[in-house]
Design a protein around this ligand. Sequence first.
Ligand SMILES: [Zn+2]
Length: 138
Amino acid sequence: MTSKKERTHSVILECIRCKVAQPEIKVKKEDYDQWADNGRLIQVAMPYLSADEREMLITQLCPNCWEQLYAPEAELKQFNVSFTVKDVMSLPSWRHGNNKKLAEKFLKQHHNLLSESLRDEGKMFLESLVSTWEGPTP
Ligand SMILES: [Zn+2]
């Protein structure tokens, strides 16, 4: 029996900054409407959402872009960030394409930062890629 109390409603978002489609967020439809239409505080309407999911619904930004936009400038400078979310999300296609060398260079340069800052699918992509990466030839 499907109750409207269950989290059967999928909210699908595309990040307004990097345009990367985000993993769907499952909510209870009536809770979502309470927030979207009736102005109920999101943490009150949908307490089961993670902080990241709430931020995503409110800002329409993926966690990565949110961090890049709101992280203190000094923090970003420290890492000399030189890649975009799109770069990261396309890593799996590099593995089989002609860009393997580029992917290896990219990973070598950014492995630590990426491992720390990526979440969810991006992190899964990265981990699967890193696990197949043999590293620089001596
Ligand atoms: Zn984004």
